[in-house]
Design a protein. Structure first.
Length: 160
């Protein structure tokens, strides 16, 4: 496998690393939520491009097939759990999502034990997209609270 063919897996691994930085900035201070939003955007874009590149470079691998959904879960669940800690969403919602993720992952592991592969369905890809959008919206809410002074300044300027 050439270095170029390893890029998709490196993108996937970078999503996990970016998650750590995302969580740091989400919890740092209210003013850093904009940085957290930018990091989350970058991390979620790696999810789009790692698969696209793997198919284009014909470098799909078992490692990539394992790491990609794991990196997705780490990113999304990290975000949702942090939002519970910040009292932005109720814990029961995250518990339901987390239970579903454990159930599906468990079923995939059992299937793998029987040499069966359960690919992600189109519905699962839409689920991931809806979760990413939910995180974006919550982060935008956080950023808008941080920049409330800016909004008020614009309102004042608009009224003049």
């Amino acid at each position: 496998m050439t270095l170029l063919q390893r890029v998709p897996n490196l993108l996937t691994l970078s999503r996990i690393v970016l998650t750590v930085f995302f969580l740091f900035f989400v919890y740092s201070s209210q003013a850093s939520s904009f940085i957290a939003l930018l990091i989350f955007i970058a991390a979620s874009l790696t999810d789009y491009y790692d698969g696209k590149l793997a198919r284009r470079l014909n470098s799909s691998s078992h490692l990539g097939a394992f790491l990609d959904p794991l990196a997705d879960k780490i990113l999304i669940m990290g975000a949702f759990i942090s939002f519970v800690g910040l009292k932005l969403i109720p814990a029961w919602m995250v518990i339901v999502i987390l239970a579903r993720e454990f159930l599906i992952t468990g079923l995939r592991l059992v299937a793998a034990g029987f040499d069966r592969h359960i690919p992600a369905s189109r519905l699962a890809k839409h689920k991931m997209l809806s979760q990413v959008i939910a995180v974006y919206l919550i982060l935008i809410f956080m950023v808008s609270k941080d920049f409330n002074w800016f909004k008020e300044s614009l309102d004042l300027f608009h009224g003049i």
